[in-house]
Design a protein around this ligand. Structure first.
Ligand SMILES: Cc1ncc(COP(=O)(O)O)c(C=O)c1O
Length: 344
């Protein structure tokens, strides 16, 4: 199957080699040298004092919220953010935190957009404790929050005493797209959660970075959630290789997303919603064909291609390390056939 999701990425031979030879210990006691090395390398790249290895991005975000916000407080987040949309309501159910959501078209929270949502202290309102930003923004189509916007949010959070958290599952893509260091985007936040298992193609895991004090609280939250692993160096070894070899090459994925968008513009029955993809995501609307996204995705699957359906009519394709130029051409040819047209 051709998987147009970056969550499907598989470890490279170099990662498998590193996993086979990883030096191991017990990460619950912080004595796994490979995990410790990953956390050290990760904290440096992210521009923070410390970092903790997390099994998933979802647990990482929830641990950040548990570490940063008291129960009964409010976290501001974009309305379609992963924390609000796809994390099973953990922010409310497990952290006891009330999400206050801001709708946007592009997934980008700016200080100007957030300010009207900040309320004066009043017994009627839950006090606001934190602001969560998603960079890149998944549902908006891999859109990017830039360095100047982060500076504005940092200033606002300082003014109002808020914790600034970045869900940076794909912050590496954002940095490469902007041509800045990852630390330039993640450093201004109080905490950043990153995934090693998406565009960077490690098999599992992520990091949550922040001050040493914050990371100590996040480690406790990870334990509370059952996410402290023992000989985790087996997977952390792949994470180190991912950080060393996976970031710069993301530019290739972005170029392939652009090539895909250009090719799909010539296909009848669909409209490309991201003619200039910000990163590795291409969104198309298949409504002009009169078909549903579920129907078209099922047709693609019958031809060996997996993509994400966003009903009623949007389909998401994500390029990554295991998608080649030929695979992009195959997708364009196949979707043309599935939509009943002739190849462009
Ligand atoms: C923006 C964003 N944050 C967090 C996550 C959660 O990552 P995981 O699947 O590792 O829990 C994802 C997963 O796709 C994501 O897109």
């Amino acid at each position: 199957m051709l998987n147009f999701y970056d969550t499907s990425t598989e470890p490279t031979p170099e990662m498998i080699e590193a996993m086979a030879h990883a030096e191991l210990g017990d990460d619950v006691y912080h004595t796994d040298p490979t995990v410790n090395e990953l956390e050290r390398v990760g904290a440096t790249i992210l521009g923070h004092e410390d970092a903790v290895f997390m099994p998933t991005g979802t647990m990482s975000n929830l641990s950040a919220i548990l570490a940063a916000a008291e129960r009964g407080t409010e976290a501001i987040a974009e309305a379609n953010s992963h924390i609000v949309y796809y994390e099973a309501g953990g922010v409310a159910v497990l952290a006891g935190v009330m999400p206050r959501t801001i709708p946007t078209d592009d997934g980008v929270l700016t200080a100007e957009r957030v300010r009207p949502y900040l309320r004066k202290p009043d017994q009627h309102y839950p006090p606001t404790s934190m602001l969560c930003v998603e960079n890149t923004h998944n549902r908006a189509g891999g859109t990017v929050t830039d360095v100047a916007t982060m500076a504005g949010l940092r200033a606002l959070c300082d003014e109002r005493g808020l914790h600034l958290h970045v869900d940076g599952a794909r912050i590496f893509n954002a940095a490469v797209a902007l041509g800045v260091s990852v630390a330039a985007l993640s450093g201004p936040a109080d905490s950043v959660s990153v995934c090693l298992s998406k565009g960077l193609s490690a098999p599992v895991g992520g990091l949550l970075a922040g001050s040493a004090q914050f990371v100590t609280r996040a480690r406790r939250a990870r334990k509370l959630l059952g996410g402290s692993m023992r000989q985790a160096g087996v997977v952390a070894a792949a994470g180190i290789v991912a950080l060393q070899t996976g970031i710069d090459r993301l530019a290739e994925d972005h170029q392939r997303a652009q090539n895909l968008a250009d090719g799909l513009r010539l296909v009848g029955g669909l409209r490309v919603l991201t003619p200039r993809p910000a990163t590795s995501f291409v969104l198309v609307d298949v409504a002009p064909s009169g078909r549903t996204a579920d129907d078209v995705v099922a047709g693609l699957r019958r031809h060996g291609i997996n993509a994400s359906s966003r009903p009623p009519a949007t389909i998401r394709f994500v390029t990554h390390r295991q998608i080649s130029d030929d695979d992009v051409a195959t997708l364009i040819k196949t979707i043309t056939e599935v939509l009943g047209g002739s190849e462009p």
